[in-house]
Design a protein around this ligand. Structure first.
Ligand code: G1P
Length: 299
């Protein structure tokens, strides 16, 4: 039997974004822009391409700019209409959400990613759902979540995006314990959150895209503390890798992932996305070449 269609997605956006202070003192980090689109827009576009119809944001205090971003802006729109700026009106369309398609729920205490997802449990109900961490931006010909939905159609259970990382870096991620490796899909016998380098079961790391069974919400109900004293999503998923669970699969996606939760990753993404834009490629590319040449000459 084919698994149920995935139409709901959770976006955990409650974090304080302290790594980007002072910028994030007054703007949510998800509103920081890669070229001219906020991080959150990339995640929403990816979810839409995968067939998601309902968008659930887990927010916290100080995140109201996110709600405004996905709302109509009547004054701005009528001004653009008056000036006949149809191209800009078109650009704004991506930020429009059908009434009722977007919901906000608050995580009132920062107890971890598992807790954030658990906060959305009533809105998710008893169906499979996706989770997208907007810090992880993935450049891909076919959007990552869409690739996963197609693979999930064959596996069901729980699926996490996965990527090989250099072994010393594995301890910054959730890491898969591989039972069977079938190339782009692996079946996991376990999953560990931020293991010590010597305890990592592999170097196949979990990246912030998930398709999860509602069983994960039941597992989260126990609100057990894990790594770093937080309620970890990884632990709740790992329970489904047990022999009586629904199965956990890692999916090696095709694409390039940028860690926009770190300054270096954000800068790399800015360069990559800038160079991929036809309207900026030439000018920006030439500038980068000149910069590199100057740097070399100065060494
Ligand atoms: C979270 C997850 C971790 C995953 C990572 C991917 O960690 O807990 O399992 O590997 O996202 O970006 P965070 O980076 O929020 O600490």
């Amino acid at each position: 039997m084919k698994p149920r269609k995935v139409t709901k997605a959770v976006f955990p956006v409650a974090g304080l974004g302290t790594r980007f202070l002072p910028a994030t003192k007054s703007i949510p980090k998800e509103i920081m822009t890669l070229v001219d689109r906020p991080l959150i827009q990339y995640a929403i576009d990816e979810a839409r391409a995968a067939g998601i119809k309902e968008f659930i944001f887990v927010t916290s205090r100080g995140k109201s700019a996110l709600e405004d971003y996905f709302d109509h802006a009547p004054e701005l729109e009528s001004e653009l209409r008056r000036k006949n700026k149809t191209d800009l009106l078109e650009v704004l369309k991506d930020t429009n959400m059908d009434s009722g398609a977007i919901a906000y729920v608050r995580q009132n205490r920062p107890l971890g990613l598992g807790h954030a997802v658990w906060c959305a449990r009533r809105l998710i109900g008893d169906e499979p759902f996706a989770v997208l961490l907007p810090d992880d931006v993935i450049a891909a010909e076919k959007p990552c979540l869409q690739q996963m939905v197609e693979a999930y159609d064959r596996t069901g259970g729980c699926m996490v995006a996965a990527m090989e990382v250099p072994p010393p870096k594995a301890s910054a991620y959730g890491v898969l314990d591989i039972a069977e490796d079938h190339g782009n899909i692996v079946r996991a016998r376990g999953m560990v959150e931020k293991p010590k380098a010597e305890d990592a079961p592999s170097n196949l790391a979990v990246i912030g895209r998930y398709i999860l069974s509602p069983k994960v919400l039941t597992n989260l109900n126990r609100l057990k503390q894990g790594a770093g004293g937080e309620i970890q999503l990884t632990d709740a998923i790992a329970e489904e890798a047990e022999p009586d669970g629904e199965g956990v699969y890692g999916f090696r996606f095709r694409g390039l992932r940028y860690d926009c939760g770190s300054k270096a990753g954000f800068l790399q993404a800015t360069v990559a996305f800038g160079l991929s834009r036809p309207d900026l490629r030439d000018e920006f590319g030439t500038y980068l070449h000149e910069m590199m040449a100057q740097q070399k000459a100065a060494q």
